[in-house]
Design a protein around this ligand. Sequence first.
Ligand SMILES: [Zn+2]
Ligand SMILES: [Zn+2]
Length: 607
Amino acid sequence: MSCVACGAEVPAAAYCGACGAQWAQPPAAGRDRLRMGAYAAAPGEQVLRLSVASSLFPHLPHRSRTAFRAGLAAIFLLLVVLAVMRWQAPMIAVIALGLPLVFVLYLYQADVDRDYALRALVPTALLGVGLGVGWALATSTLISGFYDVSLADADSRRMALIVGIAVPAGGALLMLVPAVVMRFARPTRESLDGFVIGSLGAISFTAAATIIRLAPQFATGVTSDNQPAGVLLVQAGVQGVAVPLTAASMGGLVGAALWFARRGLVLSSVLATLAVYSVLGITEVSPVLEGLHLGAHLMIAVIALLALRIGLQYCLLNEEHDVPNPGGQVLCPYCDHVVPDMAFCSNCGVAAAAASRASRTARRAGVGSGIEVPRPGYATPARMYDVVPVGYTRQGWLLTTLAAGVGVVVAAGITASVLATPARPRYTCPPDCGRPPIGQPIDINPRFVSTDGEFSVQYPGEGTFYKATLYSDWVALEYFGGDTGTLDLWGEPAEKRSPKQIVDQMIAEYYPDATLDYEIPNAMVGYEPGYGAVHDQYPQDSSGEFTRLRVITLCAVKNDYALVASAVGPFHEFTPDYGTGHPSAANLALALDMGKYVNSFRWRSGA
Ligand SMILES: [Zn+2]
Ligand SMILES: [Zn+2]
């Protein structure tokens, strides 16, 4: 028969073996370049179907996908369990290396490793890891430096927005570098080769960056008793599921486009990647979306997966196919029928190039060799064919191998954490009874008076570890001694609110994700009884930065005018040698110093 779409003479069948057109739904005119109803790497799937196994593992024989779905589900379940149990060290290890493990097993099971051998895969992975480590190290201080800026410092806050968007976008470009390098170093012809290289490079980059960024969390213990399980669940969902899926998809898409070698496709796939990561950055820094991180990340991962499917579909349908054995027959690994050896399976429409070259070679040799099992033919002389069956991945094997891999990864995570966690401080009193927690105001410090005269407060002057910025009713102090941090001292009309309401409102506005650690007993501001609270904030930007910030807020109200002090900085556990010398739970370097300024607050005299 002659195909209506491409005009080639092909056997009558469900799909044209030459161009892949679906004869039941022939295109109106010319070739249907996307064939949205039938995905070219999995039988019986729409192109826009949300399937991780057939999107990220196109080379797999169809029967193997069940095992890989089970493997992905096992990793996912494990992450949930570890997060709920708050076993953070093993969780971080699985977050970083879970998907990469499954991907490596995929390369092995689909014989992709035999297509390239180590000469292409290893350099790609190493390059990705190297770039990921470098990028994470280069940007981590940049990011955390922007989190503890003064609440009054609008410029820094604006700058933080720009950094929050630019860092993920820059990382996205860098994660594509291994694919670009390999494109020139080891050019092959098939776009799925590009997918493998691009995906592997991006996965390696992301895994390395994640480990570097989450490493500080190892030092806070094997288990995390002071982080709510919800925070860990979000972290597992974002860093362990959404981030690696997005990276694998966008890296694979750009890789396939590079190998397909059409400038327009390369450009649009790179722009799509930039867009995806910029949107990620925007959702992270926009306060409206606080608390919706996980949702936004998962949405973007879904979009990335679908973009990858459309890209692979386009490449598989439109690239040049070589058919070394015209007139021969071959076993299709996707529908398990013996079909004419052409560019597309006549029965299920899956592209021959979806399978690895090693698999194609093996199956061509296996037809008619008179051994093994009978398989039905399709669009071939009607009889059973004896063929070497396609080896597929058994669920038991995959889960066992994966469990072994995960076991090693988890053990490494726990070991790293045990080594990195400092021993719990032990206080014995005496001698570790500490100094009084309240510092005395020191009169040599300059005193700030608000423009409207409502209050005054001392602040550290020249020659201290602070840089002071004075506003009309606000003193912003940037602390650069040892740990960084910011101390804000300000006054505002209380408008009938209690000190607790004012603090809660301030936290809701500036640190909506923060969790209350404890309320400070007998909190005082300017020797006036008030309210104080210690909050924890775990900022997580799209690139996975982990910083535990401590926010200490004190507030007192007199004559309906509130004076507030708020200190924010990195969590730093107090020990007998470091801190107030007594078992304080403040755990923030600034807290050692803030007392004397807080107590120097004065309301308008005579008020
Ligand atoms: Zn055709
Ligand atoms: Zn087939």
